[in-house]
Ligand binder design. Structure first.
Ligand SMILES: C[S@@+](CC[C@H](N)C(=O)[O-])C[C@H]1O[C@@H](n2cnc3c(N)ncnc32)[C@H](O)[C@@H]1O
Length: 204
């Protein structure tokens, strides 16, 4: 059965794609951060919860072996059309088909924001499973003073204090390398966070 998140994004996929589905809509400092992160990755990169696929396409253009996965069919159809030759799959980031240790990097750009706090260990555990030891994880999310729900335009989401989310990332088997924060731009001044982490070489 589709989740609320899947159903809500499916209904608004066209609108979301128009507003946010291209690199022009991305904040320049995010482009810088993701580009620099990807430059250090050795091996295939999975764009987990890729939405309309603009980051996946961008990373492929930069020469990375990138692939996108999202559970919203309309996003994947759009991504395949706009980025021919780049692989995209319909699927859940909670259950990835990838073999253990087969990926160099996972980008989860605002794709964990809809997970209830009690369930966020699931995708983080999957990322740890599919990454090779030393593989890189980059998370984008909304920050706040406490783990709390907020009214996201598409469907309910959660903001996280960066250090609390970082602890979840560590618990999943990663070493947190950097935490970035920035204020949001008007008219939606939501503070943003990013966590860069590496899968611990010695295992979980
Ligand atoms: C805020 S959007 C971000 C999309 C894209 N990463 C971006 O930067 O524009 C959240 C995305 O995560 C996807 N998503 C959320 N939970 C998911 C899940 N369990 N499995 C697959 N995709 C999921 C949604 O369908 C949506 O495309």
């Amino acid at each position: 059965m589709p989740s609320d998140v899947q159903t809500s994004y499916s209904k608004r996929a066209e609108e979301y794609t128009t507003l946010f589905g291209s690199m022009e809509s991305v904040h320049p400092s995010d482009v810088q951060l993701v580009t620099a992160w990807a430059g250090q990755i050795d091996g295939p990169i999975l764009d987990a919860g890729c939405g309309p696929g603009h980051w996946t396409g961008y990373l492929a253009e930069k020469g990375h072996d990138s692939r996108g996965v999202d559970h919203v069919r309309a996003f994947i159809a759009h991504a395949r059309e706009v980025h021919p030759g780049v692989p995209f799959d319909v699927g859940s980031i909670d259950v990835l088909p990838d073999a253990p240790g087969s990926l160099g990097g996972v980008l989860a750009w605002y794709s964990l924001i809809h997970h209830k706090p009690a369930t966020i260990a699931r995708p983080l555990g999957e990322f740890a499973r599919v990454l090779r030891p030393g593989g890189g994880l980059l998370l984008g999310f909304f920050t706040g003073p406490a783990v709390e729900p907020f009214e996201h335009a598409v469907v309910g989401a959660y903001r996280w204090p960066p250090e609390v989310l970082a602890e979840e990332v560590r618990r999943a088997g990663f070493e947190v390398v950097e935490i970035h924060t920035r204020t949001g731009a008007a008219p939606k001044p939501r503070p943003h966070g990013a966590i860069l982490a590496r899968l611990r070489v010695t295992g979980r």
